[in-house]
Design a protein around this ligand. Structure first.
Ligand SMILES: [Fe+2]
Length: 272
């Protein structure tokens, strides 16, 4: 039997299950404001403190089955552009190494799945983002992932293609593994290549860190704000779930994209 999500999420602290109650409206208002001010929002203690160890145990067991990828990429997650100068941001390559547990390896009775598949959470996130409706990603592998960052793994500076991401931190590393970002360094109208170059040179252009204690739910707008996960140091892996919500129903990856991101195509028998 699966978990009831309100036994995992601290609904006394975050009344997301009580849609349209005074507490729900106050929380949504507060979250919208913080997201607008910072481009990021973190809700510490979203997972009840007494459930965090069990959730970490579950994720650690699943992480043994993760797919590791190493990639050189620009901040735009594209290959280097041969048409620009070598010191241009479209030409400079960073390095990302990360492990991932795909959704089809996360069992139906997992705590994490109970949280992800909870309609109240989806509705709450849609409200905070001011979206009329959101859908869970329909891809059998991409919908729900656990990012696994072991010793030396990290995610180099990049902009997201998607304009928001939802993560749930499960376990922090002993050292490194910080989520760092620079709010709104570019806009739709201005790529601001000069500032991106300085960031890649190591200049601190107002780098912020998003709190990442275990049990924190975070919303992040990464399309205009470059961000990274600093390299992990130590034997304790940084584990964070990525909960994928999209604006359209029925979104899936092509077998090519599945192969690229997960090193295989989806299991034919669906989620276990
Ligand atoms: Fe990202």
């Amino acid at each position: 039997m699966g978990w009831a999500p309100d036994r995992i999420v601290d609904i006394e602290r975050y009344p997301i299950a009580d849609r349209d109650s005074t507490g729900w409206h106050a929380l949504v208002r507060d979250c919208r404001q913080r997201l607008a001010d910072n481009g990021a929002l973190s809700l510490p203690g979203f997972v009840r403190p007494e459930r965090q160890d069990a959730m970490a145990d579950e994720a650690r067991a699943l992480s043994a089955d993760s797919h590791v990828m190493t990639e050189r990429h620009t901040v735009y997650f594209e290959p280097a552009d041969p048409a620009v100068a070598p010191d241009h941001p479209r030409c400079r390559l960073g390095r990302t190494t990360k492990g991932g547990v795909a959704a089809d390896r996360i069992p139906a009775d997992a705590m994490l799945r109970a949280v992800y598949e909870w309609d109240a959470l989806k509705a709450f996130i849609a409200a905070v983002l001011d979206e009329p409706v959101l859908y869970r990603h329909a891809d059998p592998m991409a919908a729900l992932n656990i990012g696994v960052f072991r010793d030396g793994f990290g995610l180099d500076w990049h902009f997201d293609r998607a304009d928001f991401a939802v993560t749930l931190s499960i376990q922090t590393a002993a050292g490194g593994g910080a989520f760092e970002y620079v709010p709104n360094l570019r806009s739709d109208a201005d790529q601001n290549y000069e500032a991106v170059s300085r960031l890649l040179d190591g200049e601190d252009l107002g780098i912020k860190a998003l709190p990442f204690e275990a049990g924190t739910l975070a919303l992040f707008r990464g399309h205009h704000s470059p961000h990274r996960v600093t390299p992990v140091v130590g034997e304790c892996a940084r584990l964070a779930a990525v909960l994928s919500y999209v604006r359209e129903p029925g979104v899936t990856f092509s077998p090519y994209a599945q192969e690229l991101f997960y090193g295989r195509t989806a299991a034919p028998d669906g989620p276990r």
